[in-house]
Design a protein around this ligand. Structure first.
Ligand code: RFL
Ligand code: PHB
Length: 390
């Protein structure tokens, strides 16, 4: 089998790239380890930047998003129970849209089927070969049969635990990492959300977040120790804790109900440089991870592949390597800004082992500064709604 671009991984990065290339008339094949149901079933992101929504719109994949997505002009911060709102729209002219990653994936897969994009699911033992040459290829096993795909370039969109990043030699690859000393316990419940917009809470017991998927489905998170087990968090304990951390004003809006999804996710800041080696280009979680506090992960995956598709487009249309040569530096410039914002927002809202009385007063002072400073609110809002592609 032969194609122009072999895409490893059918997550948001891989599938958005496949659609962008299809629109540009570039041939691609996506090779995914799991089934469609598995990829679509993962409960993850919930917040889309304006730029992500606009790109899906340009791809003709935003009909349902426009109908069912919840546009939010603002977001709330709660400090020891006191809630204040940041009017992102007034400060930046942009909104965010609440639309679950599961819905995004469904739209991407439905669109792929309708347009006849090539996606191979349940590909085992995926391996990348000869990325240092101009004849790279990918192999995998399906139903016990070895398959081979020759290509011009490989896009490594296979997430943090994929195989692509490790193909960049140790002497070339440089990794930057911080693993946070806590996790997020997340819950989904079919109850109306606590408020019209999200609430990010800093409380002395730790961080909490009230989010949603729709007018009938809520998504909540609480910061918890990394070694906590789900069984230690029966529904009643979770609801009590979320209400305590949000404070009485916001808790008044919390509607309790049975949680049908409960999981603990670790938090990490991670960047692997460079994002290109030879004929291999990394995009999305394969190259970088942000703690979810800033809601940036999926959006970064999308902005990476927007840049990558542009670079491939330039290569095929103009026979110019300028775009692909600039890809890594261009993508990393945006990635590091999102890393900085996510790290900062995590530091501002979470309780760390070293958070003593002094650090807590400092967090509160900074949150109070944000509350009363238009400049500080603008800086937060500008990053939250998403920086331009540049
Ligand atoms: P993905 O989604 O991990 O997809 C990678 C795909 O590659 C496949 N794969 C392989 N395929 C072939 N061969 C191999 N060897 C392979 N190894 C792996 C995998 O099966 C998978 O299908 O990476 P991608 O596409 O870069 O997308 C990244 C996003 O999924 C991720 O950044 C977000 O989910 C992060 N995230 C959030 N992002 C936001 O923008 N806004 C949010 O509000 C937000 N909230 C979150 C989040 C992530 C969370 N968790 C659980 C990590 C909240 C949480 C709790
Ligand atoms: C979510 O709804 O899952 C969500 C929202 C905002 C975040 C992270 C996750 O910062």
């Amino acid at each position: 089998m032969r194609t122009q671009i072999a895409i490893i991984g059918a997550g948001p990065a891989g599938m958005v790239l496949a659609h962008l290339l299809h629109r540009a008339g570039i041939d691609a094949v996506v090779v995914e380890r799991r089934s469609r149901d598995y990829v679509e079933g993962r409960v993850r992101a919930g917040v889309l930047e304006q730029g992500t929504v606009d790109l899906l719109d340009r791809l003709g994949l935003a009909d349902r998003l426009r109908r069912e997505g919840l546009a939010h002009a603002g977001t709330n911060l709660a400090v020891d129970g006191e809630v204040f709102r940041i009017d992102m729209q007034a400060l930046t002219g942009s909104c965010i849209t609440v639309y679950g990653q599961q819905e995004v994936m469904r739209d991407l897969f439905d669109g792929a089927e309708a347009r006849g994009l090539s996606v191979v699911f349940e590909a085992g033992d995926v391996e990348l070969h000869d990325i240092d040459t101009d004849r790279p290829f990918v192999t995998w096993r399906r139903d016990g049969v070895e398959q081979r795909l020759d290509c011009d370039f490989i896009a490594g969109c296979d997430g943090f635990h994929g195989v692509s990043r490790g193909c960049i030699p140790d002497g070339v690859r440089r990794e930057f990492e911080r693993v946070y000393p806590f996790g997020w316990l997340g819950v989904l419940a079919d109850v109306p959300p606590a408020a019209h917009e999200l609430i990010y809470a800093n409380h002395e017991r730790g961080f909490a977040l009230a989010s949603m998927r729709s007018a009938q489905r809520s998504r909540y998170y609480v910061q918890c120790p990394l070694d906590d087990r789900i069984e230690e968090w029966p529904d009643a304990r979770f609801w009590d804790e979320i209400c305590l951390r949000l404070g009485p004003q916001a808790a008044a809006g919390v509607v309790r109900g049975p949680a049908f999804e409960k999981s603990i996710a670790p938090l990490r800041s991670f960047v692997s440089e460079p994002m290109r080696h030879g004929r291999l280009f990394l995009a999305g979680d394969a190259a970088h991870i942000v703690p979810p506090t800033g809601a940036k992960g999926l959006n970064l995956a999308v902005s990476d592949v927007a840049m990558l598709a542009e670079a491939f487009g330039e290569f095929y249309a103009e026979r110019s390597a300028a775009g692909i040569d600039a890809y890594s530096a261009r993508a990393l410039a945006r990635v590091w800004k999102a890393e900085r914002f996510s790290w900062w927002f995590t530091g501002l809202t979470h309780r760390f082992p070293e958070t003593g009385p002094l650090e807590r007063r400092l967090q509160r002072a900074e949150l109070d500064y944000i509350r009363f400073s238009r400049a500080a609110q603008t800086a937060l809002a500008e990053n939250y709604v998403g920086l331009p592609l540049a």
